[in-house]
Design a protein around this ligand. Sequence first.
Ligand SMILES: Nc1ncnc2c1ncn2[C@@H]1O[C@H](COP(=O)(O)OP(=O)(O)OP(=O)(O)O)[C@@H](O)[C@H]1O
Length: 228
Amino acid sequence: MTTNIELDNISYRIKDTQILKNISFKLSHGLHILAGSNGSGKTTILRLLSTLTPPTSGIYQYNQISVKKNRQIKKEIGFMPQQPNLYLDLTVYQNIMYFGLLKGAKKKDIGAKIDLFLESFSILPFKNIRVQNLSGGIQQRISIIISIINNPKLLILDEPTNNLDEIERNRLYQLLKSISVNTIVIFSTHLIDEAIKHCDKVIVMKDGNISLNESIANMKNLDIKNYF
Ligand SMILES: Nc1ncnc2c1ncn2[C@@H]1O[C@H](COP(=O)(O)OP(=O)(O)OP(=O)(O)O)[C@@H](O)[C@H]1O
């Protein structure tokens, strides 16, 4: 079955501050960019999609089932947070294995894929190094690998292009594009002009609302910057 998600009238408030305002949209497979200026609500909506943050009101459905009633879906979601959240005293291999097992992947499947992923992100030599000895950029790449190691049906990445050079970013876009053939992939980025060339759909947030939700094919006469 093709995965789909639907947000219906989702709001999120912290004390008296309304951060997300009555957001509704549907997503199915494909590569989606989430854009918007600083503070527009991108991280908040991505955390909500990942189920880490529950909405204050509204309904979030995953394959027509409320996520509140279906804890199993957490295993079908891959999430890369804006700041890597790794065990610093474990090695790269141990971190990926630990989080992969937590997400329900099998040890032998993780073992079979790990070197390929490390190689494709140019970090294979660091496989057995403790994370505390590695730069933020390398930790970022480990965090991307962790988000995809369990073959998620919904893959969410918060600013995955941070700390990556142009070659690595292009490799990432290709990887996400190939995953998105049968997976919902959504990522936030500030590199709109570059990322838009690789994506199927763009969602723009402005002040906690969705100001644009459009397929790239229909964007020809639209200037995305007008929606920021
Ligand atoms: N814990 C909090 N308490 C109060 N306000 C918050 C809290 N977390 C986020 N906000 C506010 O919610 C709004 C949305 O924040 P969010 O981090 O989702 O934006 P963003 O689009 O991801 O920004 P950036 O591009 O800078 O990462 C901002 O105005 C932010 O200040």
